[in-house]
Design a protein around this ligand. Structure first.
Ligand code: ADP
Ligand code: MG
Length: 230
């Protein structure tokens, strides 16, 4: 469950103040698959980052499964994130000095539960079509390959909440389908809440709900009948 109340975010550029988010209210029940849509610059990445506790709002509150993250100390926040959240950055943010499989393993190591992790990391890399790239460093991988490593890293802890910023943005239609399968499995079989920023209409069509931002406000919020059971 994600609860966003009266969320504002502004930033100072030095010469003037930019209002990035101007009053977002949002309740996402557990297990919902939400697609966040909107033109470039509308505030999608900012909203996602705030919901993940990666940035602090100017005002407003964000609650993840009953825990208000806006007021947490860094350690407590890191713990909540480690337990609840998988996050895929628009720019992937892989660790350059770690191989693909080491990057994927990292969340388990940080949570101290990496027993059997290497097998699972390799299996996940196989599922995203990178079974033969486990030992490669990020610099040796294409953008689309790095994106899939970042997805495998976000999946490995089977997080109850997965947030991803344009997760299929750099994938061809084949690997995009593999990633979609993984996302849907996590959502439907594991019951994970999915919040995806996307321009991919095919991906958005699978969502339970489509939230559209424009200039930092939600201009539409439509929920579709869930076509699948559960
Ligand atoms: P989107 O992901 O929808 O493309 P963003 O959330 O990245 O949009 O950014 C929304 C707007 O806020 C953009 O106009 C961007 O330039 C601006 N912005 C984002 N972060 C900052 C910042 N730290 N300082 C100033 N402006 C910012
Ligand atoms: Mg963005």
């Amino acid at each position: 469950m994600i609860d966003v109340r009266g969320l504002f975010k502004s930033a100072d550029t030095g010469t003037h103040r930019v209002e990035i988010l101007r009053g977002i209210d949002l309740h996402i029940p557990r297990g919902q698959f939400v697609a966040i849509l909107g033109p470039s610059g509308s505030g999608k990445s900012t909203l996602l980052g705030l919901m993940a506790g990666l940035d602090t709002p100017t005002s407003g509150a964000i609650t993840l499964d009953g825990v208000e993250i806006s007021g947490l100390e860094e350690d407590a926040l890191a713990r909540v994130r480690g337990q609840k959240l998988g996050f895929v950055f628009q720019s992937y943010q892989l660790i350059p000095t770690l191989t693909a499989e080491e990057n994927v393993l990292l969340p388990l190591e940080l949570n101290g539960k990496d027993a059997g992790g290497l097998t699972r990391a390799r299996a996940l890399l196989g599922e995203v079509g990178l079974g033969d790239r486990c030992d490669h460093y990020p610099v040796q991988l294409s953008g689309g390959e790095q994106q899939r490593v970042a997805l495998a890293r976000a999946f490995i802890g089977k997080p109850p909440i997965l947030m991803a910023d344009e997760p299929t943005g750099n994938l061809d239609s084949n690997t995009g389908k593999q990633v979609l399968e993984l996302l849907l499995t996590l959502n439907r079989r594991e019951g994970a809440t999915l919040v995806l920023v996307t321009h991919d209409r095919e991906l958005a069509a699978f969502a339970d709900r489509r939230l559209t931002l424009h200039d930092g406000v939600a201009v539409s919020d439509e929920t579709s009948e869930r076509a699948h059971g559960g």
